[in-house]
Design a binder for this molecule. Structure first.
Ligand code: ASP
Ligand code: MG
Length: 423
């Protein structure tokens, strides 16, 4: 069995779905295909949810209509006529019903998020599966909510590998097909509540499927020619990295490299399954591979930008020192509000945290205030990480304007600064 993963950009329009069909058609042996939501659908669904939460219901309903029309247009172009697969119609109805019954209490934000945002993947896989069937690539559509069992940490759920393995293996052995199509990004709790596993999580879904099915390889099809040492939209002179070991890949992904989701590597490394990154625009290119037995990258600088950051500074009102027991309490609060911390720096009385932007920031700072802390924060920040930085880069970046915080180890330079488009 091989696992393929197609991200949103690869299925953003009818031509993309046809291209996916061509790539799937060329592969031999059994294939498990994980597909993300089409194009920017996840962003659109997130906006829909936020509009509801902000009480802008009319705009939210317009947004929903836009999402439906976008998918319908792709279907029509694929089939060359007006057509609506039964399951797509059912999914539209379900989504409408969820939206109609929604009760936007802040406490349940993550639960509604998962209920709504998961429709991106449910719709994309429905369209892809039906289209493949229509073109002779017979396949089985899988509802990954019936296979991937997760905990109930909504919007950022963890997959229970053992429970999921039982279910996925049972499903595969009870069916007979060369091609399976399943959603990335989604799962469900033991009780059947829909969950999502974090933005860009479809890579992780593919890795988990690969792990469970003992795949010979996992391939992520992207719009880039392989792994590069920086985002070409942000940096000049980027170079290819044809192969990489698992540890370098984890570090890179964790620092925010868009190429793969940070959680992706572990399930593959555990079973020594190679991860290929290939270009769906030109499947003749070799791409890059992450696998065991490859040396560490020691000289090529690798540049990663993590956007949508907040720099939060916390200080005790009585100026007491930032010691272990205070850290423990503060981090317990961060965990309670599901805040993702990407960088930590502390001094005698200050704790500086670079965190992912969150809707819970006001609640968090209010709670910190109650507990005797003073907080200040800057939004619109980004975190730049350079591994294997050069002396010139060090000089250039440290003296850049709008840098709020710098942290440096022997190999890695990290800078929190105000977001800028391109240097
Ligand atoms: N559709 C989800 C997202 O855009 C998951 C993914 O694409 O991996 O974040
Ligand atoms: Mg994506």
């Amino acid at each position: 069995m091989k696992v393929y993963k197609f991200g949103g950009a690869s299925v953003k329009d009818a031509a993309g779905v046809k291209n996916l069909a061509a790539i799937v058609g060329q592969s031999d042996g059994k294939l498990f295909v994980i597909v993300s939501a089409m194009g920017k659908t996840t962003n659109a669904l997130e906006r829909l949810l936020d509009l509801f939460y902000d009480g802008r219901c009319k705009e939210a309903l317009d947004m929903m209509q836009e999402i439906v029309s976008y998918h319908n247009a792709i279907i029509e172009e694929l089939w060359g006529q007006a057509y609506l697969p039964d399951r797509a119609a059912r999914l539209y109805m379900e989504l409408e019903e969820i939206v109609a019954t929604m009760n936007p209490a802040l406490r349940d934000y993550e639960v509604w998020y998962d209920r709504i945002v998961s429709y991106g993947e449910l719709l994309s896989t429905t369209i892809v599966s039906e289209y493949l069937n229509a073109t002779g690539l017979s396949n089985i559509w899988i509802d990954m909510r019936e296979c991937f069992v997760t905990n109930s940490r909504h919007k950022d759920a963890n997959v229970d590998l053992e429970r999921s393995a039982e279910r996925l293996k049972a499903l595969i052995s009870a069916t007979d097909s060369d091609i399976y199509i399943g959603q990335g990004f989604i799962g469900a709790t033991e009780d059947g509540a829909t969950t999502t596993i974090g933005r860009e999580g479809s890579d992780y879904s593919a890795a988990v499927a690969g792990h469970i099915l003992d795949a010979e390889s996992v391939t992520i099809w992207k719009d880039v020619r392989g792994i590069l040492n920086g985002d070409p939209k942000r940096f000049d002179d980027v170079v290819d990295i044809p192969q990489m070991n698992y540890i370098d890949a984890i570090e890179l992904a964790y620092s925010g490299a868009q190429i793969i989701h940070p959680k992706t590597i572990k399930p593959l490394q555990n079973k020594n399954i190679p991860l290929h990154v290939r270009c769906f625009l030109d499947s003749s290119l070799p791409g890059s591979v992450i696998k065991g037995g490859v040396g560490k990258i020691r000289t090529t600088p690798i540049m990663i930008v993590k956007p949508s950051q907040v720099l939060l500074t916390i200080r005790a009102n009585d100026l007491s020192f930032m010691l272990e027991e205070r850290f423990a309490r503060i981090f317990a609060l961060l965990d309670e509000f599901m805040v993702k911390v990407n960088l930590i720096q502390s001094s005698a009385v200050n704790l500086d945290l670079c965190i992912d932007r969150t809707r819970h920031l006001d609640e968090l700072t209010a709670r910190l205030k109650e507990e005797g802390y003073h907080t200040v924060y800057n939004s619109d920040m980004e975190l730049l990480t350079i591994r294997n930085y050069t002396a010139e880069q060090l000089k250039a970046y440290e003296s850049m304007p709008e840098v709020y915080l710098t942290q440096r180890t022997r190999r890695t330079l990290q800078i929190v600064r105000r977001s800028t488009p391109k240097q």
